[in-house]
Design a protein around this ligand. Structure first.
Ligand code: SF4
Length: 180
């Protein structure tokens, strides 16, 4: 018995010796199974992420064992923890330095909404500074929840049209955040 699980092929048409699908689907399949995350961990939720990387939960199963601490070589910004207002511009800068296509996962209540820290100094959600694709609830979220959020990102990545990043709607979204 093989110890490797192969991903299913994308939707398409097949006959003996023949398989046809669209370029979007092939690119989506490759991208969703080789996401390189950039962990931006500032507090307790980061510890849950460490557990997610460990042998029990093993993020490597999704092709994402290669964490990137350089924004240029990252596809997914994972923000985990409390983000102070002073740190907001830094999160935005890190996002700007990532090459397209890029995605954002807000992990935990603090990153999603400021969490229990409804104070003058804490950013009330990272969507004030970067566009967020998926929010993971919880304080802290368990590794299963982080994996669930990650799989939702995989779904988005796998189904994204190759034209989306060139659309006027996407340009308008980035402009809202002051990103050119
Ligand atoms: S959501 Fe809870 S566990 Fe996560 S960083 Fe905030 S206080 Fe810590």
């Amino acid at each position: 018995m093989s110890q490797y699980n192969l991903v299913s092929p994308p939707e398409g048409y097949s006959a003996p010796g023949f398989f046809a699908t669209s370029l979007d689907k092939v690119v989506g399949l490759a991208r969703k199974n080789s996401i390189w995350p950039l962990p931006f961990a500032t507090s307790c939720c980061g510890i849950e992420f460490m557990a997610t990387m460990g042998a029990n939960y093993d993020l490597a199963r999704f092709g994402s064992e290669r964490l990137s601490f350089s924004p240029r070589q990252a596809d997914l910004l994972m923000v985990m923890g409390t983000i102070a207002k002073k740190m907001g511009p830094i999160v935005n800068q890190v996002y700007e330095q990532m090459a397209e296509p890029r995605w954002v996962l807000a992990v935990g209540a603090c990153a999603s909404s400021g969490g229990i820290f409804d104070t003058y100094s804490v950013l009330q959600g990272i969507d004030k500074v970067v566009p967020v694709d998926v929010y993971v609830p919880g304080c802290p979220p368990r590794p299963e929840q982080i994996l669930d959020g990650f799989m939702k990102i995989q779904e988005l990545v796998g189904n994204e049209s190759l034209r989306r990043r060139y659309s006027p709607e996407y340009r308008a979204l980035l402009e809202k955040y002051g990103i050119k």
